[in-house]
Design a protein around this ligand. Structure first.
Ligand code: SAM
Length: 174
């Protein structure tokens, strides 16, 4: 992978705070851990923002989450490629070589995704053509797209987990 990693933003559509907060939190944390720089959630949810911000404050990195943003504006203003993850899309293997590696907006749904998203996206990509989860789809897409580099990035947080074969080793910065 080149010296300049792609700039990746994840857009979560259709988030319902009462119902989806746990899964949307996982979407954001997966985005962060696997190499995205930001998540945008179309519905306002202060609780979600606080939860993600706490993880970032503790474990580091520059990840940010913004909620209550018009998804149409985000998509229309986006200058790079728009990738919509959907089980109805073309296969990941077919799409990957054609997705430009500079700026990518990755869209995942919660409830039914508006039909126009399929036309606005440059790529409708399936991570297997079976229904599963936005968290799984995002993790596999980012890992394949970044060829593992997303997971290898350092985060330099106040809390650093030291890999260990057994038990938990954690270093805390003074
Ligand atoms: N029932 C919703 C619909 O009909 O659009 C989809 C719900 S699904 C749990 C939520 C999101 O997971 C989808 O919008 C899509 O982004 C993602 N997803 C689920 N399975 C996928 C797959 N096989 N490939 C890519 N994305 C997938």
């Amino acid at each position: 992978m080149s010296a300049d990693p792609p700039r990746i933003v994840v857009l979560r559509l259709g988030h319902r705070p009462a119902r989806d907060r746990r899964v949307t939190t996982h979407v954001c944390l997966t985005a962060r851990a696997f190499g995205a720089e930001r998540a945008i959630v179309s519905t306002k949810d202060g609780g979600l923002e606080r939860t993600v911000d706490k993880v970032v404050a503790k474990f580091g990195g520059g990840f940010a989450v913004e909620t209550g943003v018009s998804w149409r504006k985000v998509v229309n203003d986006w200058r790079g490629a728009v990738v919509h993850l959907t089980m109805y899309g073309e296969t990941l293997e077919d799409a990957l070589p054609r997705i430009p590696r500079d700026e990518v907006l990755v869209i995942v749904g919660a409830q039914k995704v508006p039909g126009e998203v399929f036309n606005l996206a440059d790529f409708n990509v399936a991570v297997g053509n079976q229904p599963h989860s936005e968290v799984a789809a995002l993790a596999v897409f980012l890992d394949r797209f970044l060829e593992g580099d997303g997971l290898r990035r350092p985060f330099a947080g106040n809390v650093v987990i030291v890999p260990s074969r057994r038990g938990k080793t954690v270093r805390t910065r003074a």
